[in-house]
Design a protein. Structure first.
Length: 223
């Protein structure tokens, strides 16, 4: 079944061009020129990936809204006005999975779309293995070398997020957004306290070392 891509961009020429190219490459394409239309399609159709041209729309997708049920974790690639590094960082902090500055080469954009979809597919796998750790999302079973570990709901969600890419450093902002739905880090110590408890529970033997704190950035699962 083809992946569905929502192209949400205020520029009609950009939408038409991407629509033609993506259909040739086997994607189902949804077209939205207005934010309200994009959010409606995101909820009704539930696309596999969103290409958008407005950072505010990315933030709204990630934040969610009362009464709305779209997938807040849907992969998002922002088509930014430029390739400015500060703009890229700002977009990633607001929840974009990848950023491309304009003007862009379609072949590079296509490669990035496929890469983001691959990462999304891996992160949604029901059973994730990372080193000696096995996480079963369906049964919520966590085991280290066949020793079961009991976790709270949020500890489990935090572990699933980290285990989706065990060597990647997730920023505090990403984890607070993805696990707790927070818009900004603020002064909360929620992440730190959950990470500390999770680290202790996963230490089945003294040599176990899970939940690595990368100072000033965030956390990763494995060294």
């Amino acid at each position: 079944m083809p992946n569905a891509v929502l192209v949400a961009d205020p520029e009609s020429e950009t939408r038409e061009y991407l629509g033609r190219q993506l259909r040739v490459d086997g994607f189902d394409v949804l077209d939205a020129g207005r934010r309200s239309e994009a959010l409606e399609l995101a909820e009704r159709v539930r696309p596999d990936l969103v290409l958008l041209g407005e950072l505010d729309l990315c933030a709204r997708l990630r934040r969610g809204e009362p009464g709305r049920t779209w997938d807040r974790n849907v992969p998002v690639i922002l088509l930014a006005p430029s390739a400015d590094p500060e703009e890229r960082v700002r977009a990633l902090e607001r929840g974009a999975d990848d950023v491309m500055g304009r003007p862009f080469a379609y072949e590079e954009l296509l490669a990035r779309i496929r890469a983001v979809l691959r990462r999304s597919s891996v992160s949604s796998t029901e059973v994730v293995a990372a080193g000696d750790l096995v996480v079963d999302r369906r049964t919520r079973r966590v085991a280290i070398r066949d020793t079961l570990v009991t976790l709270s709901a949020k500890e489990f969600e935090l572990l699933v997020r980290l285990a989706s890419e065990p060597y990647r450093v997730f920023t505090k902002e990403e984890l607070l957004r993805d696990v707790w739905g927070f818009r900004a880090q603020g002064r909360t110590r929620t992440l730190e306290s959950h990470a500390s408890r999770l680290r202790k529970k996963l230490r089945v033997v003294e040599t176990d070392s899970f939940i690595v704190n990368v100072w000033g950035v965030g956390y990763r699962l494995l060294e």
